[in-house]
Write a protein that binds this ligand. Structure first.
Ligand SMILES: C[S@@+](CC[C@H](N)C(=O)[O-])C[C@H]1O[C@@H](n2cnc3c(N)ncnc32)[C@H](O)[C@@H]1O
Length: 264
């Protein structure tokens, strides 16, 4: 593989490994036992099902991705600035991120997911396989880091969760912002806030998606979710927007997704 400028953003020995990768997608991981277990879990998800979380058929997930981009742009993101997306999965959000004009780096623990994401999005995004708890990048490189859905679902013990946060802090530029989103009960939102604050970030913002009503609506159809008509309803963006507007009227209790922004 030819040396591309972005490989200069990597730490040694990851830089050499990226140059040696003949897949075109560098696999930049240390082989910890616990990490191997997690790779097996997520690779298993992607090899058993073509789309493990079914995001492209659930209208609320499209609105969630739009919400992240909207909030990211509200932080004052400028074209050409560097954004790192952790856990990019099949690249559904990566595809939208690309339109911001920022330089996008996207990574996931699953090589299968990253290969599919790259096939969807193309080579303008720098894709790599890596673990969010051992980021292969040099310090202070990114204006923004996205940790979306997310830290609390990654099968990490508390120490490794804290390691992810300290890695995010390390690779952010001074003054840069990390956006953390998670699906969690609103009574537990304080856990996300505390996590971000305890990791050493200054909390600079918070936002709610307003998706609770949509999830309640979807669960009413659970027993018949394989019916075509139901799938059509659940993938309908207009229905999702109406449910979102109603749910947003009640603030925190109307949402399952919180975003907490932390500034370095
Ligand atoms: C629920 S999906 C979220 C996808 C996307 N971020 C979104 O918001 O739509 C979680 C993704 O995180 C990846 N993942 C899990 N643990 C990870 C880790 N330690 N480092 C990087 N990615 C990880 C999984 O392979 C999976 O693709």
């Amino acid at each position: 593989m030819q040396s591309t400028p972005w490989t200069n953003t990597l730490r040694q020995p990851f830089r050499d490994r990226a140059l040696q990768s003949n897949l075109g997608i560098p696999v930049l991981m240390d082989r910890a036992h616990d990490q191997e277990n997690r790779v097996a879990i997520f690779e298993g998800d992607y090899t058993k099902q073509s789309e493990p979380w079914n995001y492209s058929h659930r209208a609320i997930e499209g609105l969630r991705h739009d919400w992240v981009i909207e909030q990211l742009e509200l932080t004052g993101l400028m074209p050409g600035q560097r954004v790192l997306e952790l856990g990019c999965s099949l690249g559904l959000m990566t595809e939208k991120l690309q339109k911001t004009g920022a330089e996008i780096f996207a990574m996931d623990l699953s090589a299968t997911a990253v290969a599919k994401a790259r096939a969807r999005v193309g080579n303008a995004v720098h894709f790599l396989v890596a673990d969010a708890s051992v980021l292969p990048f040099e310090d202070g490189l990114f204006e923004r880091v996205l940790v979306c859905d997310g830290l609390f679902g990654w099968h990490l013990d508390e120490a490794t969760q804290a390691k992810v946060a300290s890695e995010v802090l390390r690779v952010l530029k001074p003054g840069g912002t990390a956006l953390f989103t998670d699906y969690i009960h609103h009574h537990a939102f304080y856990k996300v806030r505390n996590f971000v604050r305890d990791a050493g970030f200054k909390i600079s913002g918070e936002s709610f998606l307003g998706d609770r009503l949509w999830y309640q609506f979807a669960s009413a159809f659970k027993a018949i979710e394989s019916w075509k008509i139901v799938q059509k309803i659940l993938s309908n963006r207009k229905i999702a927007i109406v449910l979102q507007k109603l749910a947003r009227m009640v603030g925190a209790p109307g949402t399952r997704h919180i975003m907490v922004m932390g500034k370095k």
